[in-house]
Design a protein around this ligand. Sequence first.
Ligand code: NAG
Ligand code: NAG
Ligand code: NAG
Ligand code: NAG
Ligand code: NAG
Length: 761
Amino acid sequence: MWDSLIYSWITIELTCTSVLAYTEGLHGKWMFSEIRAVFSRRYLLQNTAMEVFMANRTSVMFNFPDQATVKKVVYSLPRVGVGTSYGLPQARRISLATPRQLFKSSNMTQRWQRREISNFEYLMFLNTIAGRTYNDLNQYPVFPWVLTNYDSEELDLTLPGNFRDLSKPVGALNPKRAAFYAERYETWEDDQTPPCHYNSHYSTAASTLHWLVRIEPFTTFLLSANNNKFDHPDRTFSAIARSWRNCQRDTSDVKELIPEFYYLPEMFVNSNGYHLGMREDRTMVCDVDLPAWAKKPEDLVRINRMALESEFVSCQLHQWIDLIFGYKQRGPEAVRALNVFHYLTYEGSVKLDSITDPPLREATEAQIQSFGQTPSQLLIEPHPPRSSAMHLCFLPQSPLMFKDQMQQDVIMVLKFPSNSPVTHVAANTLPHLTIPAVVTVTCSRVFAVNRWHNTVAPGYSLEQAHHLPIEMDSLVANNTGSNKRQITDLVDQSIQITTHCFVVTADNRYILVCGFWDKSFRVYSSETGKLTQIVFGHWDVVTCLARSESYIGGDCYIVSGSRDATLLLWYWSGRHHIIGDNPNNTPRAVLTGHDQEVVCVSVCAELGLVISGAKEGPCLVHTITGDLLRALEGPEHYRCPRLISVSSEGHCIIKYERGCFCNFSINGKLLAQMEVNDSTRAILLSSDGHNLVTGGDNGVVEVWQACDFKQLYVYPGCDAGIRAMDLSHDQRTLITGMASGSIVAFNIDFNRWHYEHQNRY
Ligand SMILES: *[C@@H]1O[C@H](CO)[C@@H](O)[C@H](O)[C@H]1NC(C)=O
Ligand SMILES: *[C@@H]1O[C@H](CO)[C@@H](O)[C@H](O)[C@H]1NC(C)=O
Ligand SMILES: *[C@@H]1O[C@H](CO)[C@@H](O)[C@H](O)[C@H]1NC(C)=O
Ligand SMILES: *[C@@H]1O[C@H](CO)[C@@H](O)[C@H](O)[C@H]1NC(C)=O
Ligand SMILES: *[C@@H]1O[C@H](CO)[C@@H](O)[C@H](O)[C@H]1NC(C)=O
């Protein structure tokens, strides 16, 4: 049978045929084994397209002559469904399901309601199943404006007045203009076309290019679509405040935003120095003018995102979903909500196939392209609201409740019968695991699987604070008999044992260890301590390991760094409990570019990136396919990276020798730095990437705000140094491994440092 798909006969249709030169390879080759998700798509409102997502985080969209062909192709492709992220079976019928069916059968709505996923993630999910894609400018993902204040020096996110009313479409926000649109609809006279409120749309290829004009490939797309000229300077995106004002006043401007407003500061900077022209008020258009409350583009994105995830937006977001994806999208409810767009923007309004006259068909296609396309309708009844955040709030922390700070912060201390420092802590505490546990490994490679009880309810009281989540049964009982859990294979004398020398698999069943003289790294069963696999591939001693935190489309990767200055990326097969997915057990990628021993490494699974540091620098960013993207340049006097932690959005914290911390953006920009006494041995980030936790030789755990390294909290000191840390899955317990061989569990609540909770105590 085929093991790869070669469709040289497929025409890949892009919005502007004249920019095809920009894309590589009109006929491509995509390995079946690399396909992770298949979605049916619309193209020009016809159900004739398909989008395929690959393991390396790229995707490709195909348009076919008709729907029957889409079906045939899907049935020849691997059975991957729409991937593993939405809780749907990996079946071909799922790839062919309608958006409404996908919405119904996925449990993402419940996960959003329960606040297991963010507003951003949920909107991205809705956009994706409703056919919105980065591969078609005409169906680009839609995100709402959420703020109304772009003028004041300070932005108070606790003031409702600073937030947009999400129950209304952009066109209905300003009452005067709303009246104008309502009247236009009521006094509609054209018999040829059904009435509508607006003659423009909230998302079109032109508006997407308008927002993204400063970055490639969009600059090229815009120039090709516009006779190699930029738009008129007075119409070019030049100031956030002005764009917002236009969306309130201009009768033909009802634009919503795109997801980039919530993560891509680069879109506001004219870093390529394009000549965007002079406005009529004689100002040059260059970088986008930011709101007064944002000193730099990163502030704008960070605060905009904070607003998107705020309570005000969480409480109202379902109403905006009703307008864009839901029951107010069409029909009488749409009329009532002032939400009717040109009829050619809706699915089913025109059957291109039935138009036999080529010029007429071409004209209709052109119209669909310029009018914009309304997303597929996902539900025809009101979308449920998000659950209240109240249950997430802690009981008030009144000083009366606790005798002293120590009692409040520290849940428990576990002494171990070994005095070897605990150098690695892995808290895999998800309830559905066979053994939810905290696995600890000491410097002398004694390990323990400490069972975890998911019983600590959110909102603890004094009694609950004494309720121990961890049990150290396994180690004590099993450490005495013949079943002693020590990895006895000797590591190379010259290797410095750090937390980066160990990896515990997500199911707690295997421990990976490096540093062996024979240049291997090894896999041990955590149940028996027995060696299960020896992995060769490096030319010198393996010095550090990392695994992808979550599964990438069901894949899990292990990265090994070595004294030979390279990194190897391996596939971890959860089913077969081995590293490698082919008989020769070769790595999937070789990551080169360092010229020295690699000492620390971290993987950002969501974006498919590997960040690694060499003994005397630099830090490099690679893709999981092995492409070197860039070097992260630390400040002058700090050359030697020691610890790396990366957030799901690709923000990266690097701790250098001599106590320097840096926050780098995904694109390599140094965003913040600080210097502290160099005793730090362990760092970690909260799951949202906002908070950094550090621990060190002084036995003190400290919490910092990651965007500016403002210190938020200092825990009471412990009597031993801290060597390793991890957070329980619910982010409520911090477990530290101590130099004395103990482990300590701390209560932690990141909400407590969130601005929305500041006023509640
Ligand atoms: C991703 O994989 C596809 C095929 O499997 C390949 O064509 C493409 O070049 C790869 N892209 C990157 C960035 O590695
Ligand atoms: C969603 O579905 C997945 C797969 O069926 C399941 O593992 C997960 O627990 C479900 N989540 C919720 C909140 O129901
Ligand atoms: C000791 O380890 C064995 C095998 O891993 C396990 O079956 C047993 O339950 C453990 N003992 C205790 C008291 O946990
Ligand atoms: C660093 O440590 C020294 C001695 O322990 C102390 O005197 C100094 O204040 C510390 N500096 C900072 C910035 O914490
Ligand atoms: C780094 O700085 C950015 C921008 O200020 C911020 O959004 C981010 O949360 C910071 N830290 C991390 C780890 O992401």
